[in-house]
Design a protein around this ligand. Structure first.
Ligand code: MN
Length: 403
């Protein structure tokens, strides 16, 4: 039976820890509504005890968004747990999410705590949270650099206190996909009833691969951020995990319960409010994700999109015509013809050949063609009285534009 993957969407928490991002409360609410409307299960909305504005923003979302579970994270201190609960308790669906670093490096350098200290703090944090709600999840920060036996010890301790999900965290993006999958499998073998969430960072570009490996080995939930935001190099990107699972669902035996047609509008909303645009070649949501530059590729796509596109633009919320032919140095005649048709031209083969020559001439002088350049080339090519002199005028104009 196909398993439906759950999401712990953390654009509003780990995503806001992206250096350079600062959402105002109303902006967090706008993003929360968009994420809830897409169908994500739990929205990690922030760290309630980190300050008054953060607390107020989480409470605003909790009181306004009923169609997703609203979560606050907390350190393993009583005051943190209480504050997290205070922020989310008015929500239709709520959860709290204590965390503590478990790795020797973090224990010694960051916390100044022993294994026993950490174990006790984890246990009491979950127990305290459980006094408020059954929806208490727990994260082992830096799990992937933690001793194997201690991971099992901590998971066993929070399990005994009635934890719901345990997040195994590749906090520093250090794991390799097969290692992360093995970690999940090991914990599942020891505690088959523990539900696992995969929290993976992208320091080595492996966050999505690690998360998928975790899901294939028994994790039921994944922590993700839109546009690959998050601390340092970001978290596993929401859009990537969603579309990887949707596109390869038959082979993964997994699927998502998410409205994928809202990916682009939501990505753009978050890009606008975060002030961070995805890079052009970003998977799924990048400006070039459905653009084709090479002549051979363009010819293929114009014959049948499936030759070079594994997703349909309309499935992620782009117009079907979003497939774009970039007319550049390496592009071919078929793409130029398609582009000129969109501009209302219908060139005979000899005219197209001439326009193609002119375009290449201009691209020797100018980095990027604008619509005006394409029109000028087409007009010159169509004009039966056009001469070599006209071509030189085109070139001179392009030259002028470049200077
Ligand atoms: Mn993180």
């Amino acid at each position: 039976m196909t398993h439906i993957v759950k999401f712990f969407e953390t654009t509003l928490r780990d995503g806001e820890q992206t250096p350079g991002i600062n959402y105002f409360a109303e902006e967090k609410l706008e993003i929360a509504r968009a994420l809830a409307d897409m169908g994500f299960d739990t929205l990690d909305c922030g760290f309630a005890i980190s300050g008054e504005p953060e607390f107020e923003a989480i409470r605003l979302i909790a009181r306004s968004v009923a169609n997703a579970e609203i979560c606050s994270i907390a350190r393993c201190y009583p005051a943190d747990i209480d504050r997290a609960w205070e922020a989310v308790k008015d929500a239709a669906h709520s959860s709290i999410h204590p965390f503590i670093s478990t790795s020797p490096l973090h224990r010694e350098v960051k916390l100044g705590k022993t294994r026993d200290d950490v174990l006790e703090m984890a246990r009491t944090a979950v127990a305290r949270g459980r006094q408020y709600t059954p929806n208490v999840d727990f994260a082992l920060e830096d799990t992937t650099r933690t001793e194997h036996d201690f991971i099992l010890e901590v998971v066993g301790a929070v399990r005994a206190e009635g934890v719901r999900f345990v997040a195994l965290c590749d906090t520093v993006g250090f794991a390799l996909p097969w290692e992360f999958g093995q970690l999940v499998a090991d914990v599942k073998r020891e505690f088959p009833d523990v539900r696992i969430s995969a929290h993976c960072h992208d320091d080595l570009g492996l966050a999505v691969a690690n998360a998928l490996s975790g899901l294939s080995n028994g994790a039921e939930r994944v922590d993700t951020c839109f546009n690959g935001l998050g601390e340092r190099a970001g978290n596993a990107a929401t859009e990537d995990v969603v579309m990887a699972i949707r596109t390869r669902r038959a082979d993964l035996d997994l699927d998502v319960n998410v409205d994928t047609t809202k990916i682009i509008p939501t990505s753009r909303l978050i890009a606008r409010l975060s002030g961070m645009q995805p890079q052009w070649t970003k998977s799924v949501v990048g400006a070039n994700a459905f653009a084709h530059g090479g002549g051979i590729h363009q010819d293929g796509v114009l014959k049948d999109r499936r030759t070079y596109e594994i997703m349909r633009p309309e499935d992620i919320g782009l117009p079907p015509s979003e497939t774009r032919m970039h007319v550049g140095k390496l592009s071919g005649r078929a793409a130029l013809n398609a582009q000129l048709k969109e501009l209302g031209y219908d060139l005979a083969p000899d005219q197209l050949a001439r326009a193609f020559q002119l375009v290449k001439l201009v691209l020797g002088k100018k980095k990027v063609l604008e619509e005006m350049d394409l029109r000028r080339c087409a007009d010159t090519a169509i004009n039966p009285t056009a001469t070599v002199a006209d071509a030189l005028v085109v070139e001179a104009q392009a030259n002028g534009a470049a200077e």
